[in-house]
Design a protein around this ligand. Sequence first.
Ligand code: PMM
Length: 274
Amino acid sequence: MTAIWGIVNVTPDSFSDGGRFLAADDAVAHGLRLRAEGASVLDIGGESTRPGAERVSPEVEQARVIPVIEQLAEAGVPVSIDTLNASTAAAAVRAGARIVNDVSGGLADPEMRAAVAESGADYVIGHWRGFSSDMYARAEYRRVAREVAGELQERIGEAAASGIAPSRLIVDPGIGFAKAGAQNWDVLRGLDEIVALGPRVLVGTSRKRFLAETLQRTAGGETADLAGVSTERRDLATAVTSALAARAGAWAVRVHDVAATRDALAVVHAWDGA
Ligand code: PMM
């Protein structure tokens, strides 16, 4: 059964839940709601990675996430820390996080791999080619899924060389990270190449721009203006992509709307007679 990771963004500028969960208590309550809806892991982030987002200092990031992680861990919920910073990863594990989710796969912070190795946490390696300020300039591929798999293989080797046991690794093709529009569909279509790498695979499509572009184009609209594509429509599209990712071998999917994806996965499993 594919696991569901529920997203708890503790940032004022996240594109999808913009500031609603800034206060720690609200974030904890939101996380517990996602947990009750079926999330097996809560992924806590304090720095938005959306295109063009400003970076924040590790101090600000930690002030946002650590109180939330402490309370959720205290409540017995498995927690992942979504960060590019080694110091935040280490502090989060001390506060009770069991997994470090690094969308850069170790490229953003040269200290990250050593910090994870020492922490004993599981480690999500995302496919990444640079910070969000210019990541679309790096979205050049000939065969997207193959190149993503090849670059993830390099990151896996670096993590192993840093002393992180292969059994602790999770790989993520980084949907939306240095990938534009249809390139994201190319990656999802080629997900078997990522699954073939060996580690568990996490897939995050939730509410992302390429989904809104597809819905808009199908409805005959301009993809330059996605304001008409509601969060509800993005969540429905996310439930479908998450169900298809599960079919294609994903070990977990990372979503905002846990209940919708739980239902979509239930349908797939019933279809499969599982
Ligand atoms: N996407 C975002 C943030 N963190 N982590 C992983 N492992 N995979 C992703 O695809 C991913 C991520 C950006 O989305 P958000 O701002 O809605 O959290």
